[in-house]
Design a protein around this ligand. Structure first.
Ligand SMILES: NC(=O)c1ccc[n+]([C@@H]2O[C@H](COP(=O)([O-])OP(=O)(O)OC[C@H]3O[C@@H](n4cnc5c(N)ncnc54)[C@H](OP(=O)(O)O)[C@@H]3O)[C@@H](O)[C@H]2O)c1
Length: 351
């Protein structure tokens, strides 16, 4: 009986947003076998991958030996590193008083930066030792400190990924020769992309520190990451830096509000607010808020030269942000908004 030869793709982050999309795409592709890496093979997400046909293996980005083992015989490797998995528990411990920050100690952002860089370096070093490897794809974000000429230095979750790209390009030239990088746009589920009912006047307001004409690339991270990564592995030569966003989805803030209005049937107005307002009113940390300042001034990718989705041949088919918006469960969304609106009104004493 003839046996078909299968290539192996190892997916780091296979239980998460980006990696699950890559795993789902390659599970359905003939000629490929998916090896899904997780720290917890018994989690529901890992079990679902195993049930769909992936080989689920235990490894940890902080343990290079476990990575090397999970990469054995791989033809392609997709790596996504997670800043927030380190950052959130540190912030929560401070918020609940479990940790009292001490003068001179590194802040949660700095600890998460160091951890993410270590994770990315470990993955790259382990991949550099895989003799069967044909393509390495790392999911990055633009290096904000460098692109802003040192003006914006507090977006550690962007700079960590930029540092990992630099490391691959400068310290691992052989790996760099077979690498491509994917830069995802903002996730379509980002809470900042949806307007909220203002308890003082009952109007839907799209509050943004960005000017209404500023553009943002938007991606359906759970659906579109995989098809773009497939194109980088199967169709394109290495060396690409791809800005990944969906069809017709590089939108201005005003266009995003208009899409939301058409999909929900409710009017939304764009209200530009300051970063300080977002910090004080919604408690958003500076780690999150520095990116909008950079985007407002320089665009999402600054002066970086990137390949755009419509430059890929063949094209990668994705659905637009508006199509995704139209398909959402608007009954539930509007009821949830109404409940939040009533409780916010009660809180500030508006009848
Ligand atoms: N939000 C946006 O708009 C946006 C846009 C572009 C990029 N990003 C970036 O995307 C990243 C998060 O990606 P995501 O949304 O796909 O994450 P996610 O859904 O939260 O999933 C995190 C994944 O990382 C894996 N993971 C975490 N720590 C690990 C470790 N030590 N070893 C091995 N695997 C580990 C987890 O696997 P297990 O738990 O199964 O081990 C899980 O699969 C962040 O760094 C963020 O900066 C976000």
């Amino acid at each position: 009986m003839a046996t078909s030869i299968q290539k192996i793709i190892v997916v780091i982050g296979a239980t998460g947003n980006q990696g699950s999309s890559v795993a789902d795409t390659f599970i359905k592709l003939p000629g490929w076998k998916v090896r899904a890496v997780t720290r917890n093979p018994s989690s529901p997400a890992a079990q679902a991958l195993a049930n769909s046909g992936a080989e689920v293996v235990l490894a940890d980005l902080s343990d290079i030996t476990s990575l090397s083992k999970s990469f054995e015989g791989a033809h392609a490797i997709f790596v996504n590193t997670d800043f927030w998995g380190t950052y959130r528990p540190l912030i929560a411990a401070i918020a609940t008083g479990k940790t009292i920050p001490k003068e001179g100690e590194p802040e949660p952002s700095q600890i998460a930066f160091e951890t993410e860089v270590l994770h990315g370096r470990n993955a790259a070093q382990a991949a550099a030792g895989v003799s069967t490897l044909e393509r390495f794809v790392y999911s990055a974000l633009p290096p904000m400190t460098k692109l802003s000429g040192g003006k914006y230095t507090h977006s550690y979750h962007w700079d960590s990924k930029g540092t990992i790209v630099d490391y691959i390009e400068k310290d691992l030239p052989d790996l760099a020769k077979i690498s491509s990088f994917i830069y995802l746009g903002g996730y379509n589920t980002n809470a900042l992309f949806s307007p909220k009912l203002d308890p003082t006047d009952g109007k839907y307001k799209f509050m943004s520190p960005l000017n209404k004409d500023t553009r943002m690339p938007i991606i359906d991270q759970r659906k579109s990451t995989g098809p773009f990564v497939r194109a980088l592995i199967e169709d394109q030569k290495p060396g690409i830096k791809l800005l990944a966003y969906d069809r017709d989805s590089y939108l201005t803030i005003q266009e995003m509000a208009d899409v939301w209005s058409r999909a929900s049937g409710r009017e939304a107005i764009v209200v530009q607010v300051t970063i300080d307002f977002m910090h004080e009113k919604f408690g958003l940390p500076w780690e999150v808020l520095e990116a909008p300042k950079f985007v407002a001034e320089s665009g999402y990718t600054g002066s970086m030269k990137m390949t755009q989705p419509d430059e890929l041949t063949p094209r990668v088919e994705t659905r637009s942000y508006e199509e995704w918006m139209m398909g959402r469960d608007w009954d539930t969304i509007l009821k949830t908004d109404e409940a939040a609106f009533q409780s916010a009104k009660a809180e500030i004493g508006v009848k």
